[in-house]
Design a protein around this ligand. Structure first.
Ligand SMILES: [Zn+2]
Length: 291
């Protein structure tokens, strides 16, 4: 039995792919961080549109504002300013559209999301994630959200940094390998990691295809205590080495929403969207959850 559908929290959808869809340059390695430099107004409109569609939280565009990511294009010394700008844009949208909504501070892998072998050593992960988290908390996010984690040691280092910098207001979400459920992309079983996440507000799975999310949630539900809240944010496209992400029309909003229902039945208490989802996706989910 999953949670009562009316109590399920609705997050927002993708930011990076939505900026791309709206014509903002999201080429690697800066990816969505470029929006603060070139299109802050478009970024704010993305946040506003998710909130208008019914999202109860927006996620800051800080996926690529670690100093390490920005240094690759010579913007390393602007990392903190861009992080603060991203939080301020998200808070502005929240205050204008849905003052009761939460602002989640996104913390992504230090290197490419789908390449766990590139993760720096644990001490570096601890320090660099800690730097970003301290800035997020100081800028006013309601919760630090570690996302798209694919390496076990980076996940645990980020969790430790969150326990230090955002005690009682952090959560973590994993990007899992295709195939049998519950396997991190570096080959570590999720079962080795989940009992070392003390204090997480929720444990999630994100950037896994919507079509296979149900099995992943069912597996995770079996690994954790009943009172652990599980979040599920699927995607609708595929990664590309050059462009970063290619949208497809594979999943229409209503179809995505119908998948969402199976995740809730499998035990998810929070649902949202990852790469390729749009405000229309969130609107369709809202209709399903609340009407
Ligand atoms: Zn994603």
């Amino acid at each position: 039995m999953g949670p009562d559908i009316r109590n399920v929290m609705l997050l927002d959808g993708a930011t990076g792919t939505e900026l791309d869809r709206r014509g903002v340059d999201v080429g690697l390695p800066l990816w969505s961080a470029r929006a603060m430099l070139e299109a802050p107004d478009v970024l704010e409109s993305v946040h506003r549109d998710y909130l208008s569609a019914g999202a109860e939280a927006v996620t800051t565009n800080t996926f690529r504002t670690h100093r390490r990511s920005l240094a690759k294009e010579g913007f390393g010394d602007r990392a903190e300013a861009l992080t603060r700008e991203a939080v301020s844009i998200a808070c502005r949208a929240r205050d204008a559209v849905a003052p009761e909504a939460m602002v989640l501070g996104s913390v992504a892998p230090l290197e490419d999301c789908y390449s766990p072998e590139l993760a720096p050593d644990a001490a570096t992960c601890l320090r660099e994630h800690g730097d970003l988290m301290a800035q997020l908390v100081d800028s006013g996010v309601d919760l630090v959200l570690v996302q798209t984690m694919s390496s076990a040691h980076e996940s645990l280092a980020a969790a430790q940094a969150a326990q230090e910098h955002a005690p009682e207001c952090w959560a973590i979400s994993f990007c899992l390998a295709a195939g049998d459920p519950g396997m991190l992309m570096d080959g570590t079983p999720l079962s080795d990691v989940v009992d070392r996440l003390d204090g997480a507000s929720f444990i999630g799975i994100n950037c896994v295809a919507a079509t296979v999310m149900e099995a992943q949630i069912r597996h995770l539900r079996g690994l954790v205590d009943d009172d652990v809240v599980i979040a599920a944010c699927g995607n609708v496209g595929y990664a590309d080495d050059v462009k970063g992400w290619i949208n497809t029309d594979a999943i229409e909003p209503a179809v995505y929403a119908s998948h969402t229902k199976t995740w809730i039945e499998a035990g998810a208490g929070i649902v949202g969207g990852c790469c390729g989802t749009t405000p229309d996706t969130i609107r369709a989910m809202r209709t399903l959850l609340r009407d």
